[in-house]
Ligand binder design. Structure first.
Ligand code: BGC
Length: 792
């Protein structure tokens, strides 16, 4: 197994979450015979579908993983299952294909006799349930989709009736309805996720206890779909985000609703004791040292989570927000490790729309520490003596439709016995007075025309070596060249054929897109490929003349999906993943990765949730930042590779994805939907960002000045380029003005015609081109010494 495959297997196991484990059903002894149920044992999904699916690779299914581990199976049951599956193979052959597949499969029929016969050979049944969905489709609220199919319910019922131990494994990319599973009272439930191509081996590692589960949920699993606050508005053309900041656990906690499995929850085979050792407050940063001891019988890892509860005043707050987390290394029984966690109050201020400030409202703040959102204790109380504005900006967003957000004014939030007393006795601090920073709004002055000098031609190598500026290079470009710089080559379909520009649109077959090569200025095309679960290079119908399929199979890797990485709560793992991706990119001559996807899981039905991380902005931002650091930097030096964080912003449903409008208030946007992107930009400075297909408050992202030049550049200091999603909507003549630098896969001719017709300001396109040249210098395999660049 190569290094990438071993990483894949480890990452998949680390992202699996043990939701239930009674009667010590897990782990299973290695020589124990098991009765294996469910079509998912053969068709085990490594990921969802669409551009986030890595194709041309082989997935280790659940049954293969168990075979590889030498687990004996009930033979007759296995033969029956296998024969039926193979006889119905046609129906699942395309199950993971882009758009045309995504059909969830029919379950294998069983008879009571078959099941009882198998039960004579063993007391242990393992059931694999699988689901797939992806880009362009949301999960239907139907049986066999969001709900169990009747045959699945039947299978679970029979397994329960005949076996002493029933273990259910969920090969899902996100949240589904579990009422049918729970009603059949399995002894163990493992959310195995879609763990990439090594998913079957990783499953065996967990089931047999070679790896102790250490994943925790990064989404709330509700008892029923209608328990989520977002179900009233989802899948429509205009979607008012009425739930406001109360997304996921923020809603369940604040409105006192009991989830099936809470955010942050996950069991282990071993036990841990968590002790706060030392808490300090220095300026606006609260730091905690937390000791974690393995008090059980298995080696294992634990995740410590820290939540902040803010005072309820004029600005209504969620019961708690996640503000820090850390994961231990592998602790042997009896071993202890001290974790250091910290968070900055300034970064956790609430947005007050009335005054356009980030504010720390006056009152008592409680810091909670534990191993899940509903298993914490109060570690500290911090008093803020007066309302403290910490950042003044301008309001930029207002919904286009009228609606009122819900508030938790009259509801009774979640509590637990002893919480009141803990509040009284917690270690107390007073937050010192903090200055208020002021952000000057981005000035919307049109840039001046860059005029060319008479000197020798400036090349991109001159820019890279510091002999000339990007502005000087751009000043030389004529309208055709300018139009091409600001657009991808569109697979040669929209290529400018003026002779001086040589497009290399097929330089890496199967890649998602590429920018122009302009030999005159030494500019090389920049190639980018999808997507969040590895590098996607092949797609059916493409002519892969340059890289053989065998080569692909040997080297490309399908990694676990975004939700699986998030569930690992392991930033180091995410960084390591980025490194693997950067190495694979170098091997295949790819410059950029169209990932990570990092939209918030607003509603469990969103078809692309598997690509994204979580319902929580903090964990999403941290994962994206760690992956970006891994891709873009190695030992303090730039790798010349880049991430493209996407989809900016509020792409939370696939239905009507290129037309619908997410209607969101300023505060909700800033605290929930923009937040993960803000964290990723501030902490890792990705070299690229992709705008989303949807509209935000009626305005397409590609033409949203406040979103791109406003929040992203002026407020957060983003230094990379903004590219459109593939064929995204939005008036071309407004895109450069808004700050959307590059159109993908490309509309060069449109730009050139608009500029020639005076409908697109040349200086504004030049401004985008300057950013693109700077980006090319950082990322286009130039023989450049990057050692002077800032490192993360
Ligand atoms: C998807 C993007 C993807 C792009 C290129 C689009 O359909 O929305 O996420 O990166 O295609 O494949």
């Amino acid at each position: 197994m190569n290094r990438y495959q071993s990483f894949c297997r480890r990452a998949a196991a680390d992202g699996m979450v043990l939701l239930k484990n009674e009667k010590k059903a897990l782990p299973i002894a290695p020589d124990k015979k098991i009765a294996l149920f469910g079509r998912g044992q053969f068709v085990t999904f490594k990921s969802g579908c669409g551009s986030g699916d890595v194709v041309g690779v082989r997935t280790v299914s659940a049954v293969e993983g168990l075979h590889n581990a030498g687990v004996p199976l009930c033979e007759e049951l296995y033969s029956h299952n296998r024969a039926w599956h193979l006889n119905h193979f046609e129906e699942v052959k395309n199950a993971d294909k882009f758009y045309d597949g995504m059909k969830n499969m029919d379950e294998i029929p069983l008879t009571e006799r078959m099941v009882s016969e198998a039960a004579k050979q063993t007391d242990t049944a393992v059931v694999i349930l699988s689901r797939v969905v992806g880009e362009g489709r949301d999960i239907p609220l139907e049986k066999g989709e969001f709900y169990l199919a009747d045959k699945e319910t039947d299978m679970l019922r029979m397994a329960r009736k005949h076996f002493a131990k029933v273990i259910v494994c969920l090969n899902f990319g996100g949240v589904y309805d579990l009422s049918g599973v729970v009603a059949n009272h399995p002894d163990a439930i493992l959310y195995m996720s879609q763990g990439g191509q090594q998913v079957g081996n990783a499953l065996a590692d967990i089931l047999l206890g070679k790896v102790t589960p250490s994943g925790k949920l990064t989404d709330t699993w509700a008892k029923r779909y209608t328990d989520y606050p977002t179900t009233e508005f989802f899948g429509e053309m205009e979607v008012p985000y009425k739930e406001g900041i109360y997304v996921g656990y923020r809603y369940f906690d604040s409105f006192g609703k009991e989830p099936l499995y809470p955010f942050g929850f996950g069991l282990s085979y071993t036990d841990f004791e968590i002790r706060n050792q030392e808490i300090t407050l220095s300026d606006s940063v609260l730091a905690l040292r937390v000791a974690v001891k393995n008090t059980g019988a298995y080696p294992g890892r634990e995740v410590v989570q820290c939540y902040l509860s803010k005072p309820q005043g004029k600005l209504k707050q969620a019961y708690q927000d996640l503000v820090a987390f850390a994961k231990t290394g592998l602790l042997a029984p009896g071993e202890e490790e001290t974790l250091e966690l910290s968070f900055d109050f300034r970064k956790n201020a609430s947005y007050c729309t009335e005054t356009a400030t980030y504010l720390l409202p006056k009152g008592e703040y409680f810091v909670r520490v534990g191993n899940g959102s509903r298993s914490t204790h109060i570690a500290a109380r911090v008093t803020v003596q007066k309302n403290m504005p910490v950042l003044k900006t301008v309001n930029r967003f207002a919904p286009n439709v009228i609606f009122r957000e819900i508030t938790a004014r009259t509801t009774v939030p979640y509590t637990y016995p002893g919480e009141g007393r803990e509040k009284e006795t917690a270690q107390a601090f007073v937050l010192p007075e903090l200055p208020c920073e002021v952000i000057e709004p981005a000035e919307n002055h049109p840039p001046k025309l860059l005029a060319a000098g008479n000197g020798a031609t400036v090349t991109i190598q001159d820019v890279a070596a510091g002999r000339a500026t990007a502005e000087e290079l751009v000043a030389q470009l004529n309208l055709e060249e300018l139009g091409c710089i600001a657009n991808g080559v569109n697979y040669g379909l929209d290529t400018y054929e003026g002779g001086i520009i040589g497009s290399m649109s097929d330089s890496v077959p199967g890649a998602a897109g590429e920018t122009f090569t302009i030999p005159k200025y030494g500019i090389t095309g920049n190639v980018c490929a999808d997507g969040p679960a590895g590098i996607r290079l092949l797609s059916s119908g493409d002519d892969f003349t340059k890289i053989s399929e065998d080569d692909q199979r040997r080297t490309l890797t399908a990694y676990p999906v975004g939700t699986c990485f998030a569930n690992s709560w392991d930033e180091e793992l995410a960084r390591e993943y980025g490194q693997c991706i950067a190495e694979e990119m170098a091997r295949f001559h790819i410059d950029g990765w169209l990932a990570p996807g990092m939209n918030i899981h607003r509603n469990p039905l969103c078809g692309r949730n598997f690509e994204y991380f979580s319902e929580d902005p903090f964990v999403s931002g941290k994962m994206a930042a760690a992956q970006t650091v891994g891709v873009q930097w190695k030992n303090g030096k730039s790798t010349g590779k880049y991430t493209t964080i996407k989809h900016f912003v509020a792409n939370n449903q696939e239905t009507l994805r290129t037309e619908m409008s997410s209607e969101v208030s300023e505060r909700t946007l800033r605290e929930i939907y923009l937040k993960p992107f803000e964290i990723a930009v501030r902490e890792s400075q990705p070299h690229a960002l992709m705008t989303s297909y949807n509209r935000l408050n009626g305005v397409y992202a590609t033409v949203n000045y406040d979103l791109l030049n406003g929040v992203l550049r002026s407020e957060w200091g983003f230094e990379g380029i903004v590219m459109s999603d593939w064929g995204a909507t939005g008036d071309f003549s407004l895109r450069p003005w808004a700050g959307n630098d590059l159109n993908m896969p490309g509309s060069g001719k449109t730009y050139i015609n608009l500029m020639k017709g005076g409908k697109l300001d040349i200086p504004v396109v030049q401004e985008c081109a300057v950013r693109i040249i700077k980006w090319l210098v950082k990322t286009s395999q130039l023989p450049t010494d990057h050692s002077n660049q800032e490192s993360f």
